[in-house]
Design a protein around this ligand. Structure first.
Ligand code: IVH
Length: 674
């Protein structure tokens, strides 16, 4: 057991936490960091180390505790302090004027002060703070009761886990209060998520709202953490009532408490100013890093709000003005197919060009045949197309069937190399399996060179097209035998840039093992999976000869990923490619693990629940250092299940199967660490 921490240490820990809270605020709320990510990580690590050495100093509001709660079996329902109502909608400025008239007539005044705020398109959440500490996060649910999603909201970094006493005092807010607001995903986070979902063969989300809502309701909060959510606050309550006489004062207080509030709100004197605000933001909203779908208009005076009261479902003192959707109808002139890196055929609708919100849209991906069928779209149909923010436009539905409509069929032959198209059992996609297909070659080269893969700067699409066309790069390994003269001959390529590219290619030989595994473009192996595979296998050669069982031992590898890997390496051309890469000098190996003993050889461990003295990853590393294995699910063959606090279903399973169960102390004794 660790010795009790001296007072000075306690102070150091608290100071570190304060620093971390400050930097979380600068980064996630103000979007204006003062230190680098690496410096932040170093501070966090320092705190973690201190907390590991002195577990008695860990508090539930420490910045180290955002992620790590074990997955739960279900949500608990919680009653809201005061119903979370929805708002009436206004779809025109006339409707806004009607609202204003009702308000003025209701209280007999000529002009009203309104607050106009962004209407965030996300999921509403109530946060309860007791004594300045976040104790609960609850979804709106049916408005009266919601679901307790506390571990999930704790992972959102723009939500303070704790608010300093001085801040509360300065803002004149009691220490126990409630904040309501919207959980959202920025466009950037949304696009990054969809990119990785696509790479991993996961579900692609139609919009940021759905992705955010799904993330908030995950039973496993570590998945929520990966989705990079944000929170915008718009309501402050104590004991179910507004804290200040004016809504504007609540917004100021929320900012003072370091929440991210809708900082673009405006006090409007009369409805005309509200309308100007709506007009101004209709064009400006494109440039925001998050999606807003309208403007919420609220009577500023809480006294007047109370006088007006509620109808059965919404307040009479507020309304949501909705921007017209960015949708247009147009005709599908053709449906073509594109061949991707993995050979998957993607149907693309070629549209009669149409202006949507100031941008000309002439094509839209239909993703796959299932989507074509779901929409029931055929060539010649008139469709409704939506363009939301920066997201690529998508077809919402068929609005009118074309007179001479023609169904789209997946071609039997690859449109590029004319080899036969295959449909893989249990998969949505149709694929061209010819490894030499120029379309696949092109996409593989682009992926191989991309920033998160081998990071070959200067190898853009135009150059790749020429390399493929001239037969200079039949596969990615050919890049390493390119000559200066060959590159200099390419169109629009000076000798200097040719040399730069060669240097870049040469430099990429030093790329790490996870990068190379990712760069190979193995179906369903995205960046994260590549990292996990590199932790387990020490080279691409070792991965290539892994058995299905060995693959399953890697966390997060299921049947789909395993068969993607096995299929990829069973293809002779791909095996050849690995050899060719090795020969060219591309042969990264995993950083060698320090082997301390062999005493756990052949023993397999499963971890469940939170450990106190180290993270599960660190504990797993100790097992590996002593020759053991860490696996993700419990079976009869599992040797030990190490159980921490709040264990998940793995604990029950271990008991059911009679697997040896260790607590943290017993585990430490077994492996010989403190
Ligand atoms: S105030 C009683 N302010 O829109 C007033 N809501 O359609 C409660 N929303 O349920 C809501 N941005 O989820 C408010 N600035 C904002 C908002 C906002 C988005 C959401 C919220 C609400 C829904 C109503």
């Amino acid at each position: 057991m660790a010795k009790a921490a001296p007072v000075s240490l306690k102070k150091e820990v608290e100071e570190l936490r304060e620093k971390l809270r400050h930097h979380e605020y600068r980064y996630h709320v103000l979007d204006d960091p003062e230190i680098s990510d690496a410096a932040y990580d170093a501070l966090l690590r320092k705190l973690k180390d201190l907390e590991t050495a002195h577990p008695e100093l860990v508090t539930s509001d420490s910045p180290t505790t955002r992620v790590g709660a074990p997955p739960r079996e279900g949500f608990q329902t919680v009653r809201h302090t005061r119903p979370m109502l929805s708002l009436d909608n206004a779809f025109s400025f006339d409707a806004l004027r009607d609202f204003d008239r009702r308000v003025r007539e209701g209280i007999g005044r000529n002009s009203i002060d309104y607050i106009a705020e962004h209407k965030f398109d996300g999921l509403s959440i109530a946060l309860w703070y007791e004594d300045g500490v976040l104790v609960r996060g609850i979804t709106r649910g049916d408005g009266t009761t919601g679901e307790d999603v506390t571990p999930n909201v704790r992972t959102i970094r723009s939500i303070p886990l704790r608010i300093e006493k001085e801040l509360l005092k300065k803002a004149k807010v009691p220490a126990s209060f409630e904040v309501r607001g919207e959980v959202m995903m920025t466009r950037k986070a949304f696009e990054a998520l969809n990119r990785s979902q696509e790479q991993n063969g996961g579900k692609v989300f139609a919009n940021a709202r759905n992705a955010a809502a799904g993330a908030v309701r995950m039973l496993d909060s570590s998945i929520t953490a990966r989705r990079r959510l944000d929170f915008f606050a718009y309501y402050l309550l104590t004991d179910g009532r507004a804290v200040f006489p004016k809504h504007s004062e609540s917004l100021v207080a929320l900012e003072a408490l370091r929440f991210r509030a809708s900082s673009d709100w405006k006090l409007c004197n009369g409805i005309d100013e509200v309308i100007s605000y709506c007009e101004a933001w209709d064009t400006k909203r494109e440039k925001l890093d998050y999606e807003i779908d309208g403007v919420v208009v609220k009577v500023n005076s809480i006294g007047i709000q109370n006088e007006l009261g509620f109808t059965s479902k919404s307040p009479r003192w507020a309304i949501a003005y909705k921007y017209p959707a960015r949708q247009e109808t147009t005709v599908v002139n053709d449906i073509i197919v594109q061949v991707g890196r993995t050979g998957a055929l993607t149907p693309v609708a070629m549209l009669e060009p149409v202006q949507i919100g100031g941008v000309t849209v002439s094509r839209s991906t239909l993703h796959n045949m299932d989507e074509v069928q779901r929409l029931g779209v055929q060539i010649g149909d008139t469709v409704l197309v939506e363009r939301a923010g920066e997201v690529i436009p998508h077809v919402l539905k068929v609005v009118k069937e074309g007179k001479n409509r023609k169904p789209f069929r997946i071609p039997r032959e690859c449109p590029v190399c004319h080899s036969k198209i295959h449909k893989v059992e249990g998969e949505v996609a149709y694929r061209c399996l010819n490894t030499g297909c120029p379309a696949k070659r092109r996409e593989s080269l682009i992926h191989f060179a991309s920033r998160h893969a081998m990071n070959i700067d200067g190898l853009g699409e135009k150059i790749v097209d020429q390399l493929v066309e001239k037969g200079l790069a039949k596969d990615v390994a050919d890049l390493y035998s390119l000559k200066l003269e060959q590159l200099a001959e390419l169109e629009r390529f000076a000798e200097k840039s040719a040399q730069n590219l060669l240097d870049e290619i040469e430099g990429s030989k030093k790329a790490s093992l996870p990068r190379l595994i990712y760069a190979l473009g193995i179906p369903f192996v995205g960046e994260r999976t590549a990292q996990l595979l590199a932790d387990r296998f020490s080279s691409v050669g070792e991965l290539a000869s892994a058995s299905e069982e060995e693959l399953y031992e890697v966390e997060e590898v299921g049947p789909k990923v395993a068969s993607g890997i096995l299929e990829f390496f069973s293809e002779p051309a791909n095996r050849q490619l690995i050899k060719k890469l090795e020969k060219a000098g591309v042969r990264p190996t995993a950083e060698k693990r320090t082997v301390k003993s062999n005493k756990l050889a052949g023993k397999s461990f499963v971890f469940t629940g939170g450990l106190v003295n180290r993270t599960r990853e660190e504990a797993g590393e100790i097992v590996l250092q002593h020759g053991g294995k860490v696996i993700s699910s419990v079976s009869k063959k599992t040797d030990y299940v190490v159980v921490g606090t709040d264990p998940g279903s793995k604990y029950d399973k271990a008991r059911e199967l009679g697997v040896s169960i260790l607590n943290e102390a017993e585990f430490e004794k077994l492996v010989g660490v403190r």
